[in-house]
Design a protein around this ligand. Structure first.
Ligand code: FUD
Length: 288
């Protein structure tokens, strides 16, 4: 199999304290995944050197992700708010690098939350210039940035693959790739095929999540079509399972994403099921 499979840390633990990281890394490994995706919303608690040693000992890859915050938002018109957002991005890129990661992705362009108005022209220009600087810094370290396309209730910057490609074109850096997420696509895109074909070889990262963000296969998403499309473009990059439940809470991210419902209690059982589900989809749709 060519695609590495990842799992989001919120399947296992809500924070990144040393005990939570030890548990998360162990459970990621036990579930058979290749990559842990770690949200950096809680990075002050993170012991980077210790986490890196545990990741290396487990032989796991790491991808970091995050969204910004309304008070630290590079899509704002207010230069002070933009500067705070840019500082968070630079700090998070460095943490990703220090953890041994080469991929930093997510809503790197705005807060994760409901905006009360469309993105302004000045706000968009701030996103472009901040991400140009971040991409340069990332390129110097051999790293890639992902633009995760999120639905309208979580950002006003990019809601569709077409939006994301326009933003990436304006940033104009080869190491800024597109990150598709089936949960968001279900809300915004026409179907699960055309966006994948549109993005093509600029696809750098994939999130697989159900329409309600619970157990794969328990909702109504057409993963078969999505995996056909990935096979059509010969996507070889990481595929990461993402799921959230009120059983595992991050004080920041869970509220930003409106994780109010209990969709599962047992993260390790959910993860083991998801890995088998993804392997089956990849096998069944190989060469489609
Ligand atoms: C947000 C989302 C996540 C988020 C990431 C941050 O709805 O889909 O991928 O960006 O969890 O760590």
């Amino acid at each position: 199999m060519t695609n590495k499979l990842g799992v989001h840390a919120l399947v296992f633990a809500g924070g990144t304290s040393p005990d939570e990281m030890t548990q998360t890394i162990r459970q990621t490994k036990e579930a058979g995944f290749d990559i842990l995706e770690l949200s950096l919303h809680d990075s002050p608690a993170l012991d980077v050197a210790a986490a890196r040693a545990e990741l290396d000992a487990a032989g796991l890859g790491i991808v970091c992700s995050r969204g910004l915050a309304f008070a630290a938002d590079v899509s704002s018109d207010d230069p002070a708010v933009v500067a705070k957002g840019a500082a968070l991005l630079h700090e998070s890129l460095q943490i990703t690098h220090d953890l041994g990661g080469t991929h930093f992705t997510g809503a790197l362009y705005s807060a994760l939350g409901k905006y009360g108005a469309p993105l302004s022209a000045a706000g968009r220009a701030n996103v472009v210039s901040t991400l140009q600087d971040l991409a340069k810094e990332a390129a110097d370290q051999g790293m890639t940035l992902g633009l995760e396309i999120c639905n309208r209730y979580e950002t006003n910057v990019i809601n569709t693959a077409a939006d994301a490609l326009r933003l990436a074109d304006d940033i104009g850096s080869d190491n800024v790739l597109i990150h598709l997420d089936t949960y968001h696509m279900n809300i915004e895109e026409d179907d699960f095929v055309r966006p994948v074909l549109l993005v093509g070889d600029r696809l750098g990262y994939v999130h697989i999540g159900e329409n309600h963000r619970g157990y794969l296969g328990s909702g109504h998403l057409d993963f078969t079509s999505f995996f056909h499309a990935l096979a059509t473009i010969d996507y070889r990059g990481p595929i990461t399972f993402e799921s959230f439940s009120s059983a595992v809470v991050s004080p920041t991210l869970s509220n930003d994403l409106a994780i109010w419902r209990n969709l599962w209690d047992d993260g390790p059982a959910l993860a083991a099921h998801a890995r088998q589900y993804l392997l089956t989809l990849l096998e069944a749709n190989r060469g489609a």
